[in-house]
Design a protein around this ligand. Structure first.
Ligand code: GLV
Length: 365
């Protein structure tokens, strides 16, 4: 922790204070410490709510995680609070309306994680349709009896439809990779004006800087993708019902809101093809886990790949018993480069607001 005054238009002001609810990469922490007194929670996350409220009392800014519940009482505990900087693109953990009413800026970390989550979504699709986790479990159990023509057959992707629920940055980046696997894209979008386009994310540069090298140029999603392309002939916008009943892989890319909670329920799952797979790298409660376990048990769908859960880190016990479900521990954006860029963007937002400037990536919804 560093204390000390800092100059502001010739005047000497006390350093602002920032509560950070997790350990940060050292370069990012150093940047924050150069302009603020940092109160770092070094325990096991999430920070206990009572401690969070107590330590917010005299704090100007909060850097937090998606596992920190920034509700009304927490926001009220921060009487001097100017900004809540979430190290995540999703912000369903924050009471946005209450923050607004108290004049507290809320920021998230869009763009910097787009490519990473899109790559991870494809890793899930490939692993699930080629039965990779199931095969690995079998090998480890010592039950592999050798190559056989009909052993553990998966499904091809070529010529099939990938249905993207939501058409934000991540969905578009997933769509951009589809031609490499010969899949056509169908998507849902709430916005009438949404046409199929791909745009390189502004903050992908930050990830490149963190990794020290440009992103691969393959798949048309590298740095050369500076301007919008499309509309794409193989992408079509359809209703959710149509998407569910015609897609071979359904991948979820919507934020968690009252409208999207349990969007994928029994009824939605029953609409899907028996040969179809469900992928969730968005937010757990978008899927009714009990309904999903039922649909898999009844073979109403072929399989599911989940990175997020209704009550993380708990997982519905029935899902844990099923071979046809791939279970990842919320790793969508988990690369060193991306997580560094996310932490850096959160800190940049804090520094901007504390300096009286507009935040870089305010939550505007
Ligand atoms: C991760 O889940 C995020 O919202 O950034």
């Amino acid at each position: 922790m560093k204390k000390g005054p800092y100059p502001f238009f010739g005047r000497i002001l006390p350093m602002p204070t920032v509560l950070v609810t997790c350990k940060l990469p050292s370069s990012v922490l150093a940047k924050l410490e150069s302009a603020a007194v940092v109160d770092l929670y070094a325990g096991e996350p999430p920070m206990p709510p009572t401690e969070l409220r107590a330590r917010l009392a005299d704090t100007d800014a909060l850097v937090c995680l998606l596992i920190d519940a920034i509700n009304r009482t927490v926001i009220d505990a921060g009487q001097k609070l100017k900004i809540v900087a979430n190290i995540a693109v999703g912000y369903n953990n924050i009471d946005l309306a209450h923050a607004r009413s108290r004049g507290v800026v809320v920021t998230n970390t869009p763009d910097v994680l787009t490519e990473s989550v899109a790559n991870f979504t494809w890793a899930m699709i490939l692993a699930m349709t080629r039965r990779l986790p199931e095969g690995e479990r079998l090998v480890r159990r010592g039950q592999w009896r050798g190559w056989a023509l009909d052993f553990m057959l998966g499904s091809e992707l070529r010529g099939k439809q990938l249905g993207l629920v939501g058409w934000g940055r991540i969905a578009r980046a997933v769509a951009a990779r589809a031609p490499a696997f010969g899949m056509r894209i169908a998507y849902t979008s709430r916005r009438e004006a949404d046409v199929p386009t791909v745009r390189r994310s502004a903050h992908a540069d930050a990830v490149e800087r963190a990794s020290g090298s440009p992103e691969p140029k393959a798949l048309g999603v590298g740095p050369q993708r500076r301007k919008e392309v499309g509309p794409h002939e193989h992408w079509k916008r359809i209703s959710l019902d149509q998407l569910l009943s015609t897609s071979d892989v359904v991948s979820l890319h919507v934020p968690l809101t009252p409208e999207t909670r349990h969007l994928i329920d029994k009824r939605a799952l029953a609409r899907m093809k028996r040969s179809a797979y469900l992928v969730n790298t968005a937010r757990g409660p978008v899927v009714d886990e009990a309904a999903l376990a039922w649909a898999l048990q009844q073979h109403l769908i072929a399989g599911a790949a989940l990175d997020v859960y209704e009550n993380e880190p708990a997982i519905h016990p029935d899902l844990l018993k099923l071979e046809s479900v791939l279970l990842a521990p919320h790793l969508g954006s988990a690369t060193t480069e991306t997580r560094t860029a996310m932490a850096d963007l959160a800190v940049e937002n804090v520094l901007a607001v504390l300096a009286g400037k507009p935040p870089l990536t305010p939550v505007t919804a």
